[in-house]
Design a binder for this molecule. Structure first.
Ligand code: TAP
Length: 478
């Protein structure tokens, strides 16, 4: 069948990505054609070339997947935790074995630099499966009572910025707790979820425990509204998160939402400047700034503004933008034409509202979707670039004089996902951490992730935690 998952299985060929022309849905342990939704194309954002076609899942396809997950739930949830752990460990090891192939795939479909896919995404994906495999037989010791029970079938909807990592954050804890899942990846990055389905087969995971239904937002909406699911886990925009909360309201479905952010990265005058500059660059330019916890607002203490901005501009001038498959690339392609249009529009609004725009001179490739690293100074709290999530390589600089003013400005946002503090004073770090309304706070570092550490937000950044022991709670009746 042409739409089935059909690349060469020989291990030696796994060092490169062998893409089939088209892909089906993964339902009940098999790749299957969809029921009338047709095929969509996924393109490389760096070249605009079509990578493959994939299936637009319909409401009927979602129903088939949910039924398969329901059937699988009885046996999967009855397995001893140690048995479920074996499958998760196996999946983690296969991800490690196939990490080169998966890193290249992720870079092709998403546009992120291969160095990041290889050194950040893939190791974290494997680490999540290892970590939650370790919990599967210890759930009675996780602090949720002696016999916590799984919820049932989890409907999971994920975005395009970290396709495989967001899958890992959702699938690993769900399976460890004894749930089965139906997952919908984003429409611009469906491929790594389909390769993950193949890994589930390779690991011998029982049929129906993991189901992948690709498609657009309507596929996600069908999944969220399906009466046969017990839990909705969503990562994406605040707008869609609110729509999902409305759909789920009044049902007995459990819900976790990981939404947007507008993090403040706060640099005090005693901070080590070179280290802070690295943290600022990593905070906003990692993954082209397509990061919900990106440090998109730089709050710098007024007395060191000139020194810090000089050093930052010098560092930005060394960033290489271009071919994501080149190991020397720092900033890859913007994920889609739509996202590029949004970033372009917000940056234009920054200029129109009076902020000063600066980018290092850099030549952008002709084809594909690109945006130069961009710095705005003279930004006020009223500017759109200070209030709205750009989700791109655009940094807005604001200043403050006192710690109190830094806290007030940092908290002046509807979001509350993350924040960064740069100072040598331990007491100030702790005081700031208590004052900031953000779920994750880094000090003298930024964008550090660990599967043992819970991640999640306050306010319009959503609720529920992923990662760590707390991440189990989202998938258990406690
Ligand atoms: P969303 O539109 O929220 O998409 C996230 C996921 O939800 C995708 O799989 C999407 O499918 C699906 N979806 C869309 N409409 C839905 C609906 N009505 N019901 C159920 N699922 C639905 O985010 P996006 O397009 O990826 O990015 C838009 C903005 O969201 C970005 O500019 C950024 O501000 C924010 N964003 C935040 C995060 C995090 S981690 N907080 C991640 C990505 C994006 P399609 O892909 O088919 O639309």
């Amino acid at each position: 069948m042409s739409s089935a998952f059909a690349y060469a299985p020989a291990p030696e060929s796994r060092s490169v990505v062998d893409l089939a022309p088209s892909y089906g849905l993964f339902i009940d342990g098999e790749f299957a054609e969809g029921t009338g939704g047709g095929l969509r194309k996924t393109v490389s954002p760096a070249t605009e070339e079509v990578l493959a076609e994939y299936t637009q899942g319909t409401a009927e396809d979602v129903d088939r997947a949910v039924q398969a997950a329901r059937r699988a739930f009885e046996k999967w949830s009855a397995l001893p935790g140690a048995e479920r752990a074996k499958y998760l460990f196996r999946i983690a090891r296969i991800i490690q074995e196939r990490s080169r192939e998966l890193a290249v795939l992720e870079t092709l479909d998403n546009g992120k630099p291969i160095r990041e896919a290889r050194d950040a995404d893939l190791p974290l994906v494997a680490a999540h499966f290892f970590y939650y495999a370790g919990w599967a037989d210890k759930l009675g010791h996780a602090g949720f009572g002696p016999d916590p029970r799984p919820l049932g079938v989890a409907g999971q909807v994920i975005p395009w910025n970290f396709p495989l990592l967001m899958l890992a954050w959702k699938v690993a804890p769900a399976l460890a707790c004894g749930n089965t899942v139906v997952l919908k990846p984003a429409e611009t990055t469906p491929l790594s979820a389909l390769f993950f389905a193949d890994i589930c087969r390779q690991a011998g995971l029982p049929k129906g425990v993991v189901n992948i239904v690709t498609g657009d937002g309507s596929t996600g909406a069908s999944l969220v509204a399906h009466p046969g699911i017990d839990k909705v886990a969503f990562t994406g925009s605040t707008e869609v998160g609110k729509a999902i909360a409305r759909t789920v309201a009044g049902t007995d479905k459990k819900l976790t939402l990981e939404l947007g952010g507008k993090a403040a990265n706060i640099v005090f005058d005693d901070a080590p400047i070179d280290q802070a500059v690295e943290g600022i660059v990593n905070g906003i330019f990692f993954n082209q700034g397509h990061v919900c916890c990106a440090g998109s607002r730089l709050l710098v203490q007024e007395s060191i503004q000139d020194e810090l901005l000089d050093a930052l501009k010098r560092r930005m001038a060394t960033l290489r933008v271009g071919d994501p498959l080149d190991k020397n690339t720092d900033i890859g392609a913007i994920n889609s034409a739509e996202q590029l249009a949004r970033i372009t529009e917000l940056a234009a609004a920054g200029e129109a509202e009076g902020a000063e725009r600066w980018s290092p001179s850099c030549e952008l490739p002709g084809a594909g979707y690109w945006f130069a690293p961009t710095l705005f100074t003279g930004v006020t709290q009223a500017h759109r670039i200070a209030r709205e999530e750009v989700f791109g390589p655009v940094l807005s600089v604001l200043t403050f004089r006192t710690p109190q003013e830094a806290v007030a400005k940092a908290n002046n946002t509807p979001y509350g996902l993350s924040a960064g503090i740069w100072t040598e004073k331990g007491s100030r770090m702790l005081w700031m951490a208590n004052q900031l309304r953000a779920g994750v706070i880094w000090s003298n570092t930024f964008n550090k992730f660990d599967p043992a550490s819970p991640f999640g937000g306050y306010k319009e950044s959503g609720f529920g935690r992923e990662g760590g022991r707390h991440g189990l709670e989202a998938y258990l009746n406690v």
